[in-house]
Write a protein that binds this ligand. Sequence first.
Ligand code: SF4
Length: 353
Amino acid sequence: MTTLTKTEDKPAPTGPEGFLSVRDLRVRFSTEDGIVKAVDGLSFDVERGKTLGIVGESGSGKSVTNLAVLGLHNPQSSQVEGEILLEGKDLLKSSEKEMETLRGNKVAMIFQDPLTAMSPYYTVGRQLSEPFRKHTGASKKEAKARAIEMLTKVGIPQPATRFDDYPHQFSGGMRQRAMIAMSLMCDPDLLIADEPTTALDVTVQAQILDLLKDLQQEFGSAIIFITHDLGVIANMADDLLVMYAGRAVERGSVSEVLRAPQHPYTWGLLSSMPRLGGDISEELVPIPGSPPSLLNRPTGCPFHPRCAFTDRVEGSLCSGERPLLPEGRGAACHLTQGEKQSIFIDQIKPRLG
Ligand code: SF4
């Protein structure tokens, strides 16, 4: 399984633990109102051939983390610290030129909206083959053959003809497939998929997810899969990182986290989403309140203003002391293991069915 080790509160260990090892990542943005701590001490590992799911509400730091892995933050307005080790090489110490070579070659990203990644002015075929030529030095003919091969792999009908189409001539599902083909042109070792199926209908979504799994098996890529949808994660990921307010609050294998979640925020996420195949009349329980401002993070546990279980913790620990994420499987919460278990079994599980 993908190993998730070390807490975000400990100094970065020496040496990489996975194919991708992120250590104590901190991303800050300067704004007119002050410094936004979008990611505040995050560590995780992803192995080759495995998928790490990252879940959390908007603003939890999921996408900011992955843009940091890709080196896409503007150095004028942001500060990125920590270590992002890809096969032991620290990407935060790499030059912009090295990062450019890496992007689309070793590391590729699938965005939620293909129109943000594809230009309306160039044919789909050109957008697939030109970066490939740039990265590999292939001839025009070789790049075209590769693009047609990849369009075939992702299930585009008549790929040789569709090669010359513009993105607007593709349906939404086909554009998403074309973008996946684009991201896989150079056999990336790491694929970052940011809500890649959110805009698609359920059938196309299932097809794209199956396709990603098949391609991962074929290419052995590591995948970071960002979503707010735990149903998709159950289907796609080996391991799971739950993020809240720029920090990891729970982690473990997908089955551990989904079968016996330990953090009140994870309970909230699970209770607020419809279950696949569940009764459509079942009541969904939204998490009360909204995510905190990252300009002014609450003291102690950042979830305490929204948490229904602070009275189960002694004194004012929840608002006074930040809970740490333990090594390996666990949750950053002051509740005892026994309390976590009994609340989950008595109150949360019946709700989830
Ligand atoms: Fe809730 Fe306290 Fe646990 Fe935070 S530490 S999740 S406020 S019980």
